[in-house]
Design a protein around this ligand. Structure first.
Ligand SMILES: [Zn+2]
Ligand SMILES: [Zn+2]
Length: 356
């Protein structure tokens, strides 16, 4: 395996913390990088650590309004103001210290991943801290401050990419990138997600009738899935749709959001996937990147609320596929001890869940 693969360790993502009671824990990405290291995956000769920096305002403005960026800065610095107008407040998006910087570091990480792929320095790249796919141009939503996948896509277009395909496998609808590029024929957005409007599942959008604006009909594809969907049906739904629509679109770059809140143990959703489905999804996305996008694959993390027992395993599985590694199923003991100590809970001893 001689392909070069970039890993962004956006350690500043540790400050992306809505508070101890909030389900989105920064430890999930820190434990992911530690598990990747524990397996020695980052030491492989084809893996490079990518440099990254804080995204500046003009870059954020590729997607976000100046008024929203200003509000995010001021709210995160403790100033009072009409912040609920921008989606901030108690509940999903509480204001936290250095909120702008936290979001801008995550965007900077995903931009580094996109830049390295677009420059041809690496074939594939991964920013586990990214994938904040609910943020809108002028509003925080669903734990997301800035929409790093959307900013990266807009940046790729600005740098000359003619078509970008975005595939989102988070359990929640990828509503941010969909809304931002809904009428843009240069961007295909595909989202597979739990969809249960009768019980009010977040964010509520993502029906199969949402297909793109009048200038871009067919460049938005949604695969709504019923609560309870397991590995086999999920993968069948993927196979029925994703290779065909992405293949026909002929993207220059494939951008993927790899949320793992589809797991059967996730507390915020009701799909029934195991980590074996992540290995199969990783293989499919990898093959697709080579078949239709010249190998150019930019991957981000996403949701995932079993932050010690599931998220690090899920994203290590994805990164192993991306980098051509075959880690043994047994998880290195020192990492297990640390994950159990941090979480105070049980953590499986293998990458792959036993079959149900
Ligand atoms: Zn999610
Ligand atoms: Zn490859």
């Amino acid at each position: 395996m001689s392909e070069r693969v970039g890993l962004v360790r956006c350690l500043e993502a540790a400050i992306y913390d809505h508070g101890a009671e909030h389900p989105l824990r920064p430890e999930r990405v820190l434990l992911t990088w530690e598990l990747i290291d524990a397996y020695g995956l980052a030491d492989a000769p084809n893996v490079v650590d990518l440099p990254y920096r804080l995204a500046d305002d003009p870059t954020l403005e590729l997607v976000h309004t100046p008024a929203y960026i200003d509000a995010t800065k001021r709210a995160g610095a403790g100033e009072g103001g009409p912040w609920s107008r921008f989606g901030f407040g108690p509940g999903d998006n509480p204001i936290f210290d250095r909120m702008h910087e936290a979001g801008a570091w995550v965007v900077g990480g995903t931009l580094a991943a996109a830049r390295a792929v677009w420059a041809g320095e690496v074939e594939h790249s991964f920013n586990a801290a990214g994938g904040l796919h609910h943020a809108m141009p002028a509003r925080a939503s669903g734990f997301c401050v800035y929409d790093d996948p959307a900013v990266a896509i807009a940046w790729l277009l600005a740098k000359g990419a003619e078509r970008v395909a975005y595939v989102d496998v988070d359990v929640h609808h990828g509503d941010g990138p969909q809304a931002i590029f809904y009428d843009d024929p240069r961007v295909l957005t595909v989202s597979l997600h739990q969809y249960a409007p009768e019980v009010g599942f977040f964010p509520g959008t993502g029906g199969s009738d949402e297909r793109g604006g009048s200038h871009a009909l067919g460049t938005c594809v949604n695969v709504p899935l019923r609560p309870g969907t397991g590995d086999e049906d999920w993968l069948a739904a993927f196979d029925q749709t994703v290779p065909d629509v992405v293949g026909r679109f002929q993207p220059d770059v494939l951008v993927t959001q790899l949320g793992c809140d589809t797991h059967r143990s996730d507390p915020l959703a009701h799909l029934q996937l195991t980590t074996t489905a992540y290995r199969e999804t990783a293989k499919r996305l990898h093959r697709l990147a080579h078949e239709v996008a010249g190998g150019r694959w930019v991957a981000t993390g996403g949701g995932g609320y079993r932050w010690a027992s599931v998220v690090p395993r899920a994203w290590t599985i994805y990164f192993a596929e991306m980098s051509g590694a075959r880690p043994p199923d047994a998880i290195p003991a020192p990492w297990l001890i640390r994950a159990r100590a941090l979480s105070g809970g049980d953590v499986p001893v293998t990458l792959y869940d036993p079959p149900t």
